[in-house]
Design a protein around this ligand. Structure first.
Ligand SMILES: *Cc1c(COP(=O)(O)O)cnc(C)c1O
Length: 825
């Protein structure tokens, strides 16, 4: 947001050929993902070729969306779009890096670069929180730390900045030299070197060596001395100021005491022979380490101890997440816990723009803290962002936002002095079927507004990590040959994970097809703005009309259904129009589908009924995931091929063929045909043990302890007195029962849940809405969080205990449990 270049200026920053229709066009945005268009007229699209994709493919559609500035690798585009600006280079990624390097060279300010295995983004954000009252700071947006992210971060620096903080990350050897060359950091911070992201490296030593290249020409280095691999690499360096810290040995900043108390920590240390101390509002080890890293930097910048203490005390959690929840009157609430500054606001508004679930969008904005202290200028920038967005209703809270009154042109606007006044004046009737983004500084207490807008308050929540969904999707994409289409199963509320929320993520990530079980599920998706082709696997005859109206494509598995649907088309579709249908073949599952003996008749029928557009023919495996039934699966595949060939001959048509589900993709890669149908794998569950490590956790079911009591024998716990005690026992009651999908089979100590990372077994029978657990050896209090499943215990564990499969555990989670969608970035 703070960067302003003319396109002409950019051409001067790298070696290129340029064709500039309007050389004075301003560029405020670097666009690299064609789905993230925000301010098209002032964006430069960077068309990058990767082994998997080619950004040039998106130029035409971006032009449609009013993008007029392009960085490309091919001159031919100029003829096609002569009213645009083109910068033509050999390699777009290299060019943007070159631009960034040359741009950086214009500034003589401290540039702090951060690297390490963990904590980079937190340290960056905390340094910003700790230093923004002393310096005008430019910092990397989100966790932009890659070969592309670093250049984009550097290009944000402008004349007003007094300090830049740049995050760096590498995924392969030899990437760091390049980043180091363009950043030329004056200061380098190493957070730590762990085993994370080892994939392309030999070992920790190797990673440390590669990362240390960031500091090749720097003047000042901060690092944890207890990290041996780093210490060995850095220790011998001359001509640099080494600021080490340690809690075990002598170091510049020597931490000698860490006392944790009620989610707070007091850290004492010796620095330059003096005792110093800070207190932070966190108590986890990662936060403590990150805070010490920041402390070390602040000390070297000669910030007074009193100021450091004051600011450390006010550190705010950095969450890289947006959470969306069900709101009142069919709304969705997006609460953004990320910092509230201009850049973060831009990211959140962009996210809001991309939502399709509701027709209208609302922004509730509180005051934000930005290093831009000129309030007039700041409000102009905020107004510009809002005016370019799809927000139609604006609610401003605070003095700063009141400056926006005359500047924004949303359909509706309301302004309040504070949260209290806002809550007094709003009623639930003001909100109806809309997506509401809530954003602002933490000290405003905007969570009260969020609470007011949330629909049901329930302590039991299923967290769905949408980022994991995308990771799993990409993992399966990488397993199938390029060009193979992907149909994703979102039946049964996406295996219990949500309805349109998952579909929206899949749509955004360009899957080819969705499949649901029933017509209503498809209708619901259409009403929430899902435009992807949708196959309905169990269409009932009485739903044909809405199927046709909503352009949902039926699976046809019998002659009865085929006849009925053909008749319905005659009634509801113009005679010269065709409608997509999918034919299901039975190859051995013996559930639904046409048999081999039906093919000739089926083929003839389709050939004669011209309104039927046969898009795909498919079958389902009975035991695709099972090595034990490998030969049977191969037989099914052979039969499928034979039947398809016959059908092709009879219909004289070509169609898509697909038979593999998740387990099939894992074991029978050679049978992908033109499409695969991904199900449970997307939700992070692998039928195969050895695949588990490649998938990311999607669902975490959590609740809170309602009540705790000590009970002594001969007292018993729960219905039927089956919770028999042997000693004095600490019993916690949690609000989840078999009506929520927590099976009675988990009762009487058969399964455990986690409290404070420890196992708490059930005791007595599971009730309809509640369960009692044994927390005798756990330092648990009422209100503490309980993990029912997630990282530990896993869905697979519970499935084993109930003698069922993970599918059933997921599908049984009741709709009354609120789904909480977490978007990482
Ligand atoms: C549910 C289903 C799938 C997906 O199966 P997973 O084992 O979850 O991958 C594929 N095809 C059909 C026809 C299905 O009903």
């Amino acid at each position: 947001m703070h960067r302003y270049f003319t396109i002409e200026e950019l051409t001067e920053l790298c070696e290129c050929f340029s064709y500039l229709h309007k050389p004075k066009e301003t560029i405020t945005h670097f666009l690299y993902d064609s789905r993230m268009v925000f301010n098209p007229a002032q964006s430069l699209f960077i068309a990058i070729k990767t082994p998997k994709n080619d950004g040039h493919k998106f130029i035409a559609s971006l032009y449609e969306k009013n993008v007029r500035n392009f960085l490309v690798e091919d001159k031919e585009w100029i003829q096609q779009f002569p009213d645009s600006n083109f910068i033509v280079v050999k390699n777009s990624l290299k060019a943007i890096q070159e631009m960034a390097g040359n741009h950086r060279n214009k500034f003589n300010i401290p540039i702090i670069a951060i690297t390490g295995s963990n904590g980079k983004t937190i340290v960056k954000e905390w340094l910003y929180q700790l230093l923004f009252s002393d310096y005008k700071i430019s910092r990397s947006p989100k966790s932009f730390n890659s070969q592309l992210g670093v250049p984009i971060s550097l290009l944000q620096i402008n004349n007003e900045h007094q300090l830049a903080i740049i995050e760096t990350g590498i995924s392969k050897p030899n990437e760091m030299e390049l980043l180091s060359n363009i950043i030329k950091p004056t200061h380098v911070i190493f957070t730590n070197i762990g085993n994370a992201h080892l994939a392309n490296f030999e070992d920790r030593q190797h990673i440390a060596h590669e990362k240390s290249k960031l500091a090749t020409d720097t003047k000042v280095i901060f690092y944890p001395k207890d990290c041996n691999v780093l210490h060995q690499l850095l220790n011998g360096q001359t001509n640099v100021e080494l600021h080490s810290w340690s809690s075990k040995q002598k170091a510049k900043l020597m931490v000698n005491k860490i006392v944790k108390k009620h989610q707070r920590t007091i850290i004492s240390a010796i620095y330059k022979d003096a005792f110093i101390e800070i207190e932070i509002p966190f108590s986890d080890d990662a936060a403590i380490e990150n805070a010490i890293t920041c402390w070390n930097v602040l000390l070297s910048l000669n910030i007074e101890n009193e100021k450091i203490k004051e600011r450390m005390n006010l550190l705010q959690p950095v969450s890289m997440r947006l959470q969306s929840r069900e709101g009142i009157n069919n709304s969705t609430i997006i609460h953004d816990y990320y910092n509230a500054d201009l850049e973060a606001l831009a990211i959140a508004i962009q996210f809001l723009n991309n939502q399709t679930s509701h027709p209208s969008k609302t922004l509730i904005l509180g005051d934000i803290a930005d290093s831009e202290t000129n309030q007039e200028l700041l409000s102009n920038q905020i107004a510009e962002m809002i005016n370019l967005s799809s927000v139609s209703k604006f609610i401003g809270i605070g003095k700063q936002t009141s400056l926006l009154k005359e500047k924004i042109n949303t359909e509706k606007k309301l302004f309040f002095l504070d949260v209290e006044e806002c809550l007094k004046n709003l009623s639930p009737d003001n909100f109806w079927n809309e997506t509401i983004l809530i954003k602002g500084s933490r000290n405003l207490k905007l969570e009260h507004v969020a609470n007011f807008l949330e629909s049901k308050k329930h302590d039991t929540v299923l967290d769905i990590n949408l980022e994991s969904i995308v990771n799993n999707l990409n993992y399966f994409k990488s397993k199938i040959p390029a060009g193979t289409k992907l149909m994703v199963m979102v039946k049964a509320f996406s295996y219990g994970s949500g309805v349109h929320e998952i579909a929206q993520v899949l749509q955004f990530n360009n899957v080819d097809y969705l499949a649901v079980a029933y017509s209503d599920e498809g209708v619901q998706l259409r009403q929430k703005g899902i435009l992807l082709p949708i196959m309905v696997m169990n269409p009932s005859e009485d739903s044909f009309e809405s199927l046709i109206r909503y352009n949902l494509e039926p699976e046809i598995y019998s002659f009865k259904l085929l006849n009925a649907f053909t008749q319905a088309l005659k009634h509801h579709l113009p005679f010269n129009k065709k409608f997509n249908v999918h034919i299901k073949l039975n190859t051995g599952m013996n559930r639904l589908g046409f048999d081999e003996a039906d093919i000739v008749k089926l083929g003839n029928y389709i050939f004669q009924n011209r309104q039927l557009n046969l898009v795909s023919v498919f079958s389902h495996l009975a035991a695709g995931e099972s090595p034990e039934h490998y030969d049977f699966t191969v037989m099914q595949i052979e039969r499928f091929k034979r039947m398809c060939n016959e059908l092709k001959e009879e219909t004289q048509k070509d169609f898509l063929m697909h038979i593999l589900n998740t387990g099939g993709i894992q074991l029978h890669k050679d049978a992908v045909f033109n499409m695969v149908r991904l199900g449970i794998g997307l939700y992070g569950i692998s039928p195969l043990e050895e695949e588990k490590k490649n998938l990311s956790l999607v669902g975490t079911l959590r609740t809170k302890i309602n009540q705790i009591r000590w009970v002594e024998p001969p007292e018993t716990v729960g219905y039927g007195r089956s919770g028999v005690l042997h000693e004095k026992t600490k019993i916690a009651t949690i609000p989840i029962g078999y009506a929520d999908g927590f099976s009675r089979k988990f009762g009487n100590g058969n399964a455990y849940v986690s409290v404070k990372g420890k196992k708490a077994f059930t005791i007595g029978n599971i009730c309809m809405d509640m369960t009692m657990i044994n927390v005798t050896n756990i330092d648990a209090e009422e209100g503490d969080e309980v993990i029912v499943f997630g990282e530990e215990p896993t869905v697979e564990y519970l499935a084993g205990k109930a003698q069922t499969i993970p599918y059933e555990i997921l599908a049984m989670i009741s709709q009354r449990i609120k789904r909480n969608f977490i978007e990482g970035f």
